[in-house]
Write a protein that binds this ligand. Structure first.
Ligand SMILES: *[C@@H]1O[C@H](CO)[C@@H](O)[C@H](O)[C@H]1NC(C)=O
Ligand SMILES: *[C@@H]1O[C@H](CO)[C@@H](O)[C@H](O)[C@H]1NC(C)=O
Ligand SMILES: *[C@@H]1O[C@H](CO)[C@@H](O)[C@H](O)[C@H]1NC(C)=O
Ligand SMILES: *[C@@H]1O[C@H](CO)[C@@H](O)[C@H](O)[C@H]1NC(C)=O
Ligand SMILES: *[C@@H]1O[C@H](CO)[C@@H](O)[C@H](O)[C@H]1NC(C)=O
Ligand SMILES: *[C@@H]1O[C@H](CO)[C@@H](O)[C@H](O)[C@H]1NC(C)=O
Ligand SMILES: *[C@@H]1O[C@H](CO)[C@@H](O)[C@H](O)[C@H]1NC(C)=O
Ligand SMILES: *[C@@H]1O[C@H](CO)[C@@H](O)[C@H](O)[C@H]1NC(C)=O
Length: 368
């Protein structure tokens, strides 16, 4: 009883002291994400995290789109809950810049050298098509208490990519609550998996098989922080790469960039990346299209446990002259000058750039 009185007193105090914006659960309920609100409320660990100042952006699955609510308190639910939130404030405008933005989440199960998992927005097709196909309930209630037919389509404001290359759509954005912003999405982000599980699940089976037969699977699934470039099955077939021969392991290594997590927004025009085989891959951007040497990225931002993968329409070819370039840059210039000018040689310098950027970011955060 005593406890109840204390709790209701606290509740009253909170209600009064946060009059300017609604508390998270209230804001979720009045924005059409009451099932998501209930699932957060039922999990004390998640609730404490969501209700802390560690969280400033919440991607809340809508009640109306058939997004599955995961109720049991399991490690997977904790991870899933962590993948729906960010410690930084990400407005729609921030995430809508071209070609998108990396959004660090609170999923700490990633194998990224201590950094949490990220999801990535892709703004390149925003506004074109994209409507909800997963209508589940016959009627939905909006926050004005009126009902609208379930086949009402919600235009996709922006796509967010996560595990297995799946994407969700933001259908309502920038809803304020007392700790930050809520974006209503049409489904949960997908938990990232290993590279081999991802290539297998997405049908890039030649890559899976060749990696395995090269005995690289365990290494590539467990190395922290890499970028995998995955030629499609058709690409391997047209390059006449079908079965393993002595050169296959180095061919596969030529499609792995270690010590660099190249989410699409990190691939700037002219950027040079050094692969695990020591070969150099150059990024070229033409409009909305991204090329790596001869190959075009046809599916991007497949988030992995330990990095990111992009799908290529061709096996990477390397001109005979592009032999391994020695790591030249020692004192590294941080490429803040923007698209079109940054070049990086060598993974060690890539690492130091990431470190420098983190430091710069830290300084900015401390100063603000
Ligand atoms: C939410 O967090 C605030 C402090 O940030 C705290 O005062 C409040 O008790 C929390 N709400 C609940 C229901 O635990
Ligand atoms: C809003 O919905 C509640 C039940 O969900 C109902 O009791 C109430 O009358 C509705 N209000 C209006 C204005 O329709
Ligand atoms: C879907 O919405 C249209 C109006 O936009 C309506 O004419 C049609 O009957 C609806 N279909 C269903 C199955 O509700
Ligand atoms: C996003 O996912 C949907 C399926 O949910 C798919 O139809 C669409 O092509 C994907 N968008 C992109 C840009 O890959
Ligand atoms: C992977 O390769 C090992 C031998 O290195 C083999 O035993 C295993 O069956 C292969 N797995 C797949 C899925 O191809
Ligand atoms: C992979 O490992 C198996 C068993 O350890 C070995 O027989 C095979 O030659 C290896 N393949 C390659 C390409 O290294
Ligand atoms: C593919 O490779 C096989 C054996 O390595 C060779 O006999 C064949 O001519 C090649 N085909 C093409 C189109 O290069
Ligand atoms: C590179 O930097 C290290 C210290 O950061 C220094 O010891 C080394 O001499 C430098 N190498 C060259 C080639 O400048």
């Amino acid at each position: 009883m005593q406890l109840q009185r204390v709790l209701s007193f606290l509740f009253l105090t909170i209600s009064l002291s946060t009059a300017q914006a609604p508390a998270l659960l209230d804001a979720l309920r009045s924005s059409g994400a009451s099932k998501f609100a209930a699932s957060i409320e039922s999990d004390p660990t998640l609730f404490d995290l969501y209700n802390s100042s560690q969280v400033q952006t919440v991607f809340a699955p809508s009640d109306d789109t058939g997004a599955k609510v995961k109720r049991q308190e399991t490690p997977a639910q904790e991870q899933s809950g962590g993948l729906q939130i960010s410690g930084s404030l990400n407005t729609l405008a921030d995430m809508n810049k071209r070609p998108g933005a990396q959004i660090p989440t609170k999923d700490s199960n990633a194998n990224l050298g201590g950094r949490p998992q990220s999801v990535v927005s892709d703004s390149r097709r925003t506004g074109s098509t994209g409507s909800i196909k997963r209508g589940a309930s016959p009627l939905r209630r909006d926050n004005q208490n009126t009902t609208v037919p379930s086949n009402t389509t919600f235009p996709s404001l922006l796509s967010i990519f996560s595990g297995l290359g799946n994407n969700v759509s933001i259908i309502r954005a920038d809803i304020p609550y007392d700790g930050g912003l809520i974006h209503i999405v049409d489904d949960y982000n997908t938990l990232p998996q290993t590279l081999s599980a991802t290539t297998y699940a997405t049908g890039h089976t030649t890559f899976t098989t060749l990696t395995n037969s090269s005995n690289l699977t365990v290494e590539l699934d467990s190395t922290a922080g890499l970028t995998a470039l995955i030629p499609t099955n058709a690409a391997f077939a047209s390059a006449n790469v079908s079965s393993t021969n002595p050169t296959t392991p180095s061919l596969m290594d030529g499609h792995i960039v270690p010590n660099f997590v190249g989410y699409l927004p990190a691939l700037t025009n002219g950027l040079k990346l050094t692969t695990q085989a020591g070969t150099t891959v150059t990024v070229t951007i033409e409009g909305n299209d991204f090329y790596l040497n001869n190959a075009k990225i046809i599916a991007s931002n497949l988030i992995l446990e330990n990095g990111v993968a992009h799908v290529l329409d061709q096996v990477l070819s390397f001109s005979p002259s592009s032999t391994p370039s020695p790591p030249t840059a020692n004192s590294t210039v941080i490429p803040f000058t923007g698209v079109g000018s940054s070049t990086i040689s060598g993974t060690s310098s890539t690492k130091s750039i990431i470190a420098s950027c983190s430091c710069a970011l830290l300084v900015v955060l401390i100063m603000s």
